[in-house]
Design a protein around this ligand. Structure first.
Ligand code: FES
Ligand code: FES
Length: 199
């Protein structure tokens, strides 16, 4: 599905300040590739510098700004999205690596128009945010985390790998440890997740 479509010596595309990089004194090269992503159920074509992260592709090229850029280095979880149903930090992944894959962002997490996902509704009910900057990542991560739990995937906090995981406090903290909240709304975030998990 992916193909290299252009090589330009003068493109204005600038990603992390690297576009127009001269290698070995040769001409500046900016390569553009064509990819297709299925974003929130919609097939989307993009022509991108291959160095563009999935996070920047979503925010800067598709205007899906619900996914947040916090640290841009894999430490805060604000950029969490689902790729083929699995959660990842989109700041650490190149968009070109996901050609043909299904991406779900906070804009597409609800089951339909004018509906909320159970986790979204629980966050509102439990007032599980203050500034809200981490909230999209928290919600997307919680959705995937509950799926992982239901599938019986163990976490680092598991004491018995042969037993079905139970959402203890230790499990919840461990499984959501990749999503930081600078406002420290953790008690309400965990309460919201527990409401949906029935735990
Ligand atoms: S912005 Fe990706 S982990 Fe912080
Ligand atoms: S609500 Fe402000 S960072 Fe989490």
């Amino acid at each position: 599905m992916r193909k290299e479509s252009a090589v330009s010596a003068t493109s204005d595309l600038c990603v992390h300040g690297l576009a127009g990089l001269h290698v070995g004194g040769g001409p500046a090269l900016t390569q553009v590739i064509d990819i297709e992503l299925i974003v929130n159920g919609r097939l989307t074509s993009l022509s991108l510098d291959p160095r563009v992260t999935l996070l920047d592709a979503l925010r800067e090229h598709l205007n899906l700004t619900g996914t947040k850029k916090g640290c841009d280095q894999g430490q805060c979880g604000a950029c969490t999205v689902l790729v083929n149903g699995m959660r990842i930090n989109s700041c650490l992944s190149l968009a070109a690596m996901h050609d043909g894959q299904a991406i779900t962002t906070i804009e597409g997490i609800a089951p339909g128009e004018n509906e909320l996902h159970h986790i979204q509704a629980a966050f509102i009910e439990r007032d599980a945010f203050q500034c809200g900057y981490c909230t999209p990542g928290q919600i997307v991560s919680a959705v995937a985390m509950l799926d992982e739990l239901a599938a019986g995937q163990p976490s680092q906090a598991a004491e018995d790998l042969s037993a079905a995981p139970v959402l203890t406090d230790a499990e919840l903290r461990e499984r959501m440890s990749g999503n930081l909240c600078r406002c420290s709304a953790y008690p309400h975030i965990f309460a919201a997740i527990r409401d949906v998990a029935g735990a």
